[in-house]
Write a protein that binds this ligand. Sequence first.
Ligand SMILES: CC(C)(COP(=O)(O)OP(=O)(O)OC[C@H]1O[C@@H](n2cnc3c(N)ncnc32)[C@H](O)[C@@H]1OP(=O)(O)O)[C@@H](O)C(=O)NCCC(=O)NCCS
Length: 167
Amino acid sequence: MTTAGPMGTLPSGIVLQSIAACPPKDRESLAAKLAKFEKKLFPSSVAFDYGVELKKKNIGIILVFKEGTQELVAYLVYQRQKSLAWLHKLATIEQERRKGIAKCLVDFLRQQMKKGGCQTIVLWVDEARDPARALYASCGFQQIERLTNYYGPGRTAIKLSLDVAQH
Ligand SMILES: CC(C)(COP(=O)(O)OP(=O)(O)OC[C@H]1O[C@@H](n2cnc3c(N)ncnc32)[C@H](O)[C@@H]1OP(=O)(O)O)[C@@H](O)C(=O)NCCC(=O)NCCS
């Protein structure tokens, strides 16, 4: 397990782990845990099949647990495509919000991508998700596109981008 490094500070008793570091025998139960976790936080239309996603080589998942337990409190899913990384999913359970956990996850991803020679992190976010937009703005993301009805009638999506080298 590892903490997020100099940019973010995880609350005490909270640890961060890349799924790549989890033993293969644990991945099936983690896939089930992630699916259950995200069912509570996202509409079913954007649900991932983690059994499938975990087999893809360019998918990365960063997990946050309560230390010494298998209790998942937050996660981030990304996909690396050459010099670009797509941030697909990010969530923290309600009881652990506003403690800096999501910011640590984004910082960790940014550091990993910088080390790996990736230049940009991009994502789509629902315009109505104010906490997420505030988080991404606080991490330095800039709006580069806006699409109406992207998530369904009346639901606008915003595309955000972060220049990894500059942050
Ligand atoms: C968005 C979300 C991931 C933020 O997680 P979090 O762990 O609470 O975020 P952090 O504590 O790291 O917040 C870092 C900064 O983001 C901003 N922020 C986060 N939540 C905010 C809120 N509810 N209102 C205003 N600003 C907020 C603040 O600037 C905050 O810093 P501060 O607490 O020092 O003011 C969480 O609210 C969540 O899981 N929401 C549901 C799922 C979702 O919308 N995911 C993103 C779309 S993919």
